[in-house]
Design a protein around this ligand. Structure first.
Ligand code: ADP
Length: 466
């Protein structure tokens, strides 16, 4: 039996930052990951590859508008298999970087390729390709992540998931002519806009009457109304089944669903399960007496501890905000609390985590938005800035969209914001800093944002309240 100060189950964003921090401070840390590499699902099949594909399409989209920019060029086109090669290469590049980081880390840190399961609350069994190791750990971080949620319908086995599309060395290297996307979560909607930009016939089939049901309704509807009208939105449906049709080698699929009391069927070359992700729970966790919520997620406090103080559940596995950057911060909260002997000194502020939907156009938000403000009884003041008057947006001819800010009407402190449109994923960074630091409307209004960049709108929006 080997003793360590910290064992992480998973070496993704929820696991490795804490392991590195403890090792740097002279503690013995081990990360167990069945992939045998760092960075978890984000790099293997999630955020990095999907955003890499998006950026290639962004370049293509701009190239198509070359005349607008005064440029010339013949035969602007794309080869999807080459876009996938590009994606694979970015993944490989980052894997090499992580391998180097691991190599350079202190000798107190190890990554073991294997499957971890709990024996008891301080003992973890790791099954590797050729052995079994038993670890005794003072502290454990469950950072086992999440996997695509599969809707339990007839024919679900015929559907692909985002993993099949974006995983390194994916087999899917040609574009379908048509795709049906089941569910309008952010993964489904992002992929819908990517494929639509490439000329694929896209249909989203969604149970609710709008997309992105986990997000603020006004925000989601604004984005919904900004999507390419070529994307067919079948809302308010109940999916019945997916059937494989066609001959050997040229299969396609029929998706049947109820809409307004009528059974409809559409045909597509591919069917994507575009729902969210569900936690992956290591074997043996249930025997420890750890509390789960009604949706099967490990319950934690804001110090990221489970009800067993030396066992943490960080990142996607707790389901509170399934984003790499959130997992990373949660992992560091765990490290700080482990240093403090599991008597919390650091807490996670989930409100201050930005979320970006990397659709065409992009949309980002953070903090308290109108639906949540109403729920908690907070009166808010709001202001906005339309990109139609923005110099950078005008240069790019991306005039749709807005920056919108929300202030607590009592304190005049900024509590939330969203951006739909140009540079959304970057602009939200400044607004998150404002939210985290509780800047008031005067402070936001006096930020000297650079001209001509889209960030000018951050201050200009706030000035409208003064
Ligand atoms: P997060 O961002 O929350 O850290 P990820 O999904 O990116 O989550 O990473 C979780 C990692 O945990 C994945 O690489 C997965 O292979 C690994 N993992 C999940 N369960 C186990 C397990 N029981 N043993 C070893 N590794 C695991």
């Amino acid at each position: 039996m080997e003793h360590v100060d910290l064992l992480t189950i998973g070496a993704g964003g929820g696991g490795y930052p804490a392991a590195f921090r403890l090792a740097k401070a002279g503690k013995k840390a081990v990360m167990i990951d069945s992939k045998g590499v760092m960075s978890g699902n984000c790099l293997e099949q999630g955020c990095v590859p999907s955003k890499t594909v998006r950026e290639a399409i962004e370049v293509y989209r701009l190239a198509k508008q070359r005349e607008y920019f005064g440029l010339k060029g013949e035969n602007i086109g794309f080869d999807y298999s080459k876009i996938v090669d590009f994606k694979d290469n970015v993944q490989k590049f980052r894997y090499a970087q992580h391998a180097k980081e691991l190599e350079e880390a202190s000798g107190n840190l190890k990554l073991i390729k294997g499957a971890a399961s709990f024996v008891d609350e301080h003992t973890v069994k790791v099954v590797t390709a050729d052995s079994e190791i038993i670890y005794n750990a003072d502290n454990i971080i469950i950072a086992s992540g999440a996997e695509p949620y599969i809707l339990p319908i007839e024919g679900a086995e015929h559907c692909i998931t985002s993993t099949d599309l974006y995983i390194i060395n994916t087999k899917i290297r040609t574009l379908p002519k048509s795709i049906a996307i089941l569910g309008a979560g952010y993964i489904g909607v992002e992929t819908a806009t990517f494929f639509s930009e490439l000329g694929v016939d896209v249909t989203i089939i969604q149970r609710s009457k709008r997309i992105l049901t986990a997000m603020d309704e006004r925000f989601a509807l604004l984005l919904q109304n900004s999507l390419d009208p070529k994307i067919k939105l079948e809302l308010g449906t109940e999916i019945k089944k997916v059937e494989k049709v066609g001959a050997d080698g040229s299969y396609n699929y029929n998706v049947s669903y109820m809409k307004d009391g009528v059974l409809k069927t559409i045909n597509a070359d591919l069917v994507l399960m575009g729902y969210g992700r569900k936690p992956v729970i290591p074997e043996g966790t249930d025997k420890l007496g750890i509390n789960f919520d009604a949706r099967g997620r490990i319950k934690i406090n804001s110090a990221i501890q489970t009800n067993i103080p030396h066992i943490y559940a960080s990142g996607d596995v707790n389901g509170l905000s399934m984003l790499f950057h959130s997992a990373e911060r949660q992992s560091l909260v765990c490290a700080n609390n482990i240093f403090a002997g599991n008597t919390p000194i650091d807490y996670m502020d989930f409100n201050a985590v930005p979320t970006t939907v990397f659709t065409f156009p992009k949309a980002a938000y953070a903090g308290i938005l109108p639906a949540q403000a109403e729920k908690i009884g907070m009166n808010i003041l709001e202001c906005s800035y339309d990109f139609v008057v923005d110099a950078k947006a005008q240069i790019y001819n991306e005039l749709n969209g807005e920056i919108r800010e929300f202030f607590d009407a009592k304190t005049l402190k900024i509590v939330g914001a969203w951006i739909i449109g140009i540079d959304a994923e970057l602009l939200i960074g400044e607004l998150v800093t404002a939210i985290q630091n509780s800047l008031d409307v005067h402070m936001v209004a006096s930020l000297p944002n650079q001209h001509p960049t889209s960030s000018e709108g951050v201050a200009k929006a706030a000035r409208k309240l003064l």
